[in-house]
Design a protein around this ligand. Structure first.
Ligand SMILES: Nc1ncnc2c1ncn2[C@@H]1O[C@H](COP(=O)(O)OP(=O)(O)OP(=O)(O)O)[C@@H](O)[C@H]1O
Length: 272
């Protein structure tokens, strides 16, 4: 059967084995083993500079590991996948992307741009009524149909970030990568971005979340991977990982973790 190996096991979405990324003669990330299955969710947590973005770029094939005879990163079992196949399966939303929007365009046009990999409408491409309808549907699903005709530069940060999620959704990717999606958002913006992640997870898409804060880890995400000093520090069920001792060791300061209805929060333990 397609998607299974001879032992009947499902082929993972991503499999990494013995991958090292080196920059300026320094290993900035080493991954012994990592597997993510179709539809599985994972949150990546770790201090600044630990290697989280590098890890994501290994998946998106924006950075490459040191050469090995056996390629260290496999996508759906393929050691040498076409970049277009990887990009088609993945949607990426980051907090920095929104800073790149410098055009006065209706939000719906920004979303249509997702079909062509551009931040606005590409020149020399005719946008069909179907493209436009796909964009309107995506905005509708994210609960912001009213912003379709509004200049994207006039939206709040939270609305603009959801427009960028819609821009990814228009291609119907099976995997959504959220790289620090709530950075710079007020509580309303955070609420909607976290709700959006929950909606997409419920649709059966894989969510890969990079964050500094357990508050971003929606209940649907059951697995947490910690990255510290360019390596995987811990990887497992969130109930085991999101606790005082493990996160205090991760960030090297005393921290207290609380849980309520599947949502986690973290604060410093002062005077300890
Ligand atoms: N081109 C490069 N040359 C040298 N060092 C680099 C290069 N790119 C990244 N690094 C270093 O690699 C390390 C990992 O960077 P990365 O962006 O993956 O960390 P991060 O965990 O995402 O950090 P943050 O939480 O601050 O976003 C950092 O120390 C960074 O300075």
């Amino acid at each position: 059967m397609q998607g299974e190996n001879n032992a009947g096991e499902k082929t993972p979405l991503f499999a990494i084995h013995d991958a090292s990324v080196v920059r300026a003669s320094k290993t900035i990330l080493h991954v012994d083993d990592f597997t993510l299955h179709e539809g599985e969710h994972v949150a990546l947590l770790g201090p600044n500079g630990a290697g989280k973005s590098t890890f994501i770029q290994l998946l998106t094939r924006e950075v490459f590991p040191l050469y090995r005879d056996e390629p260290p990163v496999r996508f759906r079992g393929n050691p040498r996948p076409q970049l277009t196949d990887v990009r088609r399966a993945l949607g990426v939303v980051s907090s920095t992307m929104h800073e790149q929007i410098r055009v006065h365009l209706p939000s719906v046009d920004i979303v249509v741009g997702g079909l062509f990999g551009t931040l606005g409408l590409p020149k020399q491409v005719e946008v069909t009524e179907r493209d436009r309808q796909l964009a309107l549907d995506a905005l509708d699903r994210l609960g912001i149909p009213e912003v379709a005709e509004r200049d994207v530069m006039t939206l709040s940060t939270g609305q603009a970030r959801r427009v960028l999620v819609a821009r990814e959704l228009i291609r119907d990717p099976q995997v959504l990568v959220f790289d620090e999606p709530c950075t710079g958002l007020d509580p309303e913006g955070m609420y909607h971005v976290r709700e959006t992640m929950s909606t997409l997870a419920a649709e059966g898409r894989s969510i890969i979340l990079v964050t500094h804060y357990p508050e971003d880890i929606i209940p649907a995400i059951g697995r947490v991977m910690l990255i510290k000093n360019a390596a995987i520090f811990a990887d497992g069920p969130k109930e085991q990982i999101l606790c005082d001792e493990v996160l205090s060791n991760l960030f090297d300061v005393p921290l207290v973790v609380d849980e309520h209805d599947g949502w986690y929060s973290m604060r410093g333990q002062y005077g300890a």
